[in-house]
Each structure stands twice: as C-alpha cells, then as structure tokens.
Design a binder for this molecule. Structure first.
Ligand SMILES: [Cu+2]
Length: 291
C-alpha cells in the first residue's frame, strides 16, 4: 500500500467522522418537551396549592366538570424546587356534600400517562350536578410509601350534562343502582366505531364498584329515518384489563342515532332495557350520537 493511498484513507476517515459528529450534534438539538408542552392541548379546570405543592387539574374537552364521564389529567409541582413530580403516587376521593347527606360517585385510580414525564390521569363519573347549596369536593393525596407528601382538596362545580345522552343511571331488576357512561366513540364516523363504556354499581353511599361480566346489548337506530338499524354491531362485553365494556357500533350514515341498550347480568337476566320490536321503538336506556 503506498503512502499516498494510506494518507487518502485517513483523510476519508476524517471526513466521515467529522460528518457523523456534525449530524449527531444537530440531532441532539431536538426540542426538550417541557411540563407545559405536556398539557398544551388540555383545558385547566382547577389549581390547588398547599405547602410546597401545587396540583394542576385539567380536562381535554372543556374546563368544566359535568355529570357523566370526565377524563381528568393532573400535574403536581414541588414549589420548593420548581420541578414537576415525575414519580408521584396519587389518589383522590370525590364527595358530594348534600343538605341532608354525603355521597361519592364512580371513579378510577390515577395512573401515569404513557410517554409523558409529568402527566397523570384518571376519571370521575359524576352522578349529580351541584347547585347553590349542594357541592362536590375532590380530595387529592400524594404519598411516598407510608408518608403523605401532600393532601389537598377543593370544592368544584359539576354542571348538568347538556346535549346528547352519554350517561344513564338506572335501578336494575335486581334493585341495585347502576351507572353507565359512554367513553367511545368520542368522534363518531361513518362505518364501524369502537365502543367503550363504564358500568358501575352502588355498593353504598361512598362505594361504587365496576360491574364485571355483564353484557350490554346495543341496537343503533335512526328515529328520523323509519327507525332503521344497521348490520354487524357487536354487543359490549367486559374487558377486565380496562375494567370497561367494549364492542362495535356500525353507523352506516351521518345523522342522529339512538343507541338502544339492554343490560344483562352474568346469567343473561335482563336488568334494564327493552328490545326494539312491535310498538316498542326505543329502549328505556340508550345513548345518543349525532355527527
Ligand atoms: Cu348528590
């Protein structure tokens, strides 16, 4: 191998290494995702500060809590360090203070939102709207092992739900109170839509638990168009991983749909709802979709 050849080889290597370094440097300039970025698409609902900690509460859709399903996002900031907590163990408790009694509502545990550093989420299914003398209070708890790091609470307003029906409470044939909330589809489209709903029962005034292994039959109809239905719908069955009911609804055209429901227990006993047949044009429990 000649000297010139070797020199040329080293020169080529030098060029490649330099080019690689420059490329990696510019790759490292990817924008750092801040705590603010992680909530930029959310609407603030509440801020509670106590001691060194601030709790920031958000929702996706509106800034208000409403009767029915509410997906709630949380950030916790340590005001002493100015940093958002990234490994918080969070819990919460909703309570409605009524004139003569208090009660809770169905709600989830709080978990970290995947692929975020500072964001946590869970849901409430509020079962009553607040009014001038009766209000909801939510207590948030941040613990580390057995130590309570921060405990805060605030009164919140829960508005009556307006618009299309996505939440129903009913008393079953078994005399148990049930609470049924539609989560998906949030943006219905023509064709097959995934359906997700939560079904809870009241154990006592403070305890509401997810109901397992029931079936929720769905019969989508267009009341404005001779009450026609659609083919290939899939009844909702229990998914133990998400503790929710999942199925499919086929919306063959845009417009107003009434999703008629029949709730059956694990031994297929109908607890609530009627089949659409003869003079029965709608079930006593249903969801509504319009798009
Ligand atoms: Cu109440």
């Amino acid at each position: 191998m000649s000297l010139l050849n070797t020199k040329f080889k080293y020169f080529t290597l030098f060029i490649i290494v330099t080019a690689t370094l420059i490329t990696s440097c510019s790759k490292d300039e990817v924008k750092v995702v801040t705590a603010q970025d992680e909530v930029s698409a959310l609407q603030p609902v509440d801020t509670i500060t106590k001691g060194n900690y601030s709790f920031y509460i958000f929702k996706k859709d509106t800034g208000d809590f409403v009767v029915g399903y509410n997906e709630v996002y949380i950030q916790v900031k340590n005001n002493a360090t100015g940093k958002y907590v990234e490994d918080a163990n969070l819990s919460w408790k909703p309570l409605m203070h009524m004139t003569s009694m208090s009660h809770a509502c169905p709600y989830s545990a709080i978990s970290k939102v995947a692929n975020t550093n500072t964001l946590y989420k869970g849901y409430f299914i509020f079962i009553m709207a607040s009014n001038s003398s009766e209000y909801w209070e939510i207590a948030y708890n941040y613990v580390n092992g057995n130590d309570t790091i921060a405990k805060v609470s605030n009164q919140v307003t829960v508005a009556a739900s307006t618009g299309k029906v996505r939440y129903k409470s009913f008393k079953g044939a078994d005399n148990i109170s049930y609470f049924l909330a539609l989560v998906e589809p949030s943006k219905p489209q023509v064709g097959t839509n995934d359906v997700k709903a939560y079904l809870y029962k009241k154990v006592d005034m403070l305890t509401f638990s997810p109901v397992e292994n029931y079936t929720i039959q769905i019969d989508p109809r267009m009341p404005d168009m001779d009450n026609h239905t659609s083919p290939n719908n899939v009844n909702l069955t229990y998914d133990s991983f998400t503790q929710s009911y999942q199925g499919k609804v086929n919306l063959t055209m845009t417009g107003y749909w009434k999703i008629n429901l029949i709730v059956q227990d694990a031994s297929n006993t109908v607890l609530k709802g009627e089949a659409i047949t003869g003079t029965t044009t709608a079930s006593s429990i249903y969801f509504e979709l319009e798009f």
